[in-house]
Design a protein around this ligand. Sequence first.
Ligand code: PMP
Length: 412
Amino acid sequence: MDEDFPVIVAGDGCVLYDATGEAYLDGTSSLWCNVHGHRHPTIDAAIRAQLDRVAHTTMLGLSHPPAIELAERLVELAPPGLQRVFFSDNGSTANEIALKMAYQWHHQRGEWWRSGFICLRDSYHGDTIGSVSVGGIELFHSLYRPLLFEAWATEPGDAGHMRALLEEHGERVGAVIVEPLVQGAAGMLVQPPGYLRAVRELCDEFGVFLICDEVATGFGRTGTMFACEQEGVSPDLLCLAKGLTGGYLPLAATLTTERVYEGFLGEHHQFRTFFHGHTYTGNPLACAAALATLRVFEQERTVERLQPKIGLFAELLAEHVAPLPAVREVRRKGVMCGIELDGFPLEARIGHRVALEARARGALIRPLGDVVVLMPPLAMRPDELRRLVRVTAEAIAAATGASSGVEGAAAA
Ligand code: PMP
């Protein structure tokens, strides 16, 4: 089988085309970020219109209308209490900013010793050193341990364990950071209902901030605009990226409360400023794409229209994927899905082989080790969703030497 990468030259809706003219379903939303499909006319037009004004100006000491409008819109949409917006340009930096803000806030109150963090075991918050410090994926993170700051990992889903950690280290903790409801890169691990709420209550009890990393879960992916909503939780810091621009351009935002914001105010000579500014922070083209993305959510009632698709996705997975002998577990929340395969040695590279089989059948998926990830764009049509799941089932069957029971169905 050909192991070369397809060279993608075009996209339309939920389909990508390579240089040879082959068409593929975008089964992982171009790395978990496309929302309304590729080349959406509203988003395309918004970027072109902004291009006719100005492509980039700095946000250091200046601002521009798309950033101002976007900040206002995000505050309206976000869980209550999040009133301040700090832009950056990717998910790792959104988290890095939240971690630094939490630390600096405590420091400026005189509690400089609150320099540690609590994170979930197997968490993933990005690839920069700060976000790696609160990450727990051995393959990506273990090499860098000598470079990292202090973080204590808690058992996901076990509020009792988090309480024990807070009782032991609470005085030294600045914030708890979580991926709410679903830990994506860990293999789509879904948390039990009530866990996020319990974490929020523990943070309040011990006087530490709660950072919710909604880089992957935000913008409808779990079935609501933000995952936090499902547990009625407002974090102290909310990190957004990926779907923020509909998956068009790099942009991120860290939202926070008035209380956190006020901790950075003071006289000039006190230097309480949050000194953190990336060159392309709040890029105008990206902000215009984000505003258009949010407009499309409204105009197309995307979250409302997603609900039956989530039901269909669940049914299809139960029918075609879960019964396969190689499948240990299908984990899903909204349109975030991880299919864990069982019993294959590392050398088998089974997830990778499934992805190659799927590609040969017209769908692009990207595994996390032995977990096959499906994360279709919210815009994926029911017929495309059917094809994606059938192709995945066939690919798993082909790669694992089993019968999928759906032969021929992919062509339907
Ligand atoms: N946080 C989460 C939960 C993520 O899933 C990711 C990326 N997959 C990141 C942070 C990092 O985002 P970026 O790649 O934009 O830096």
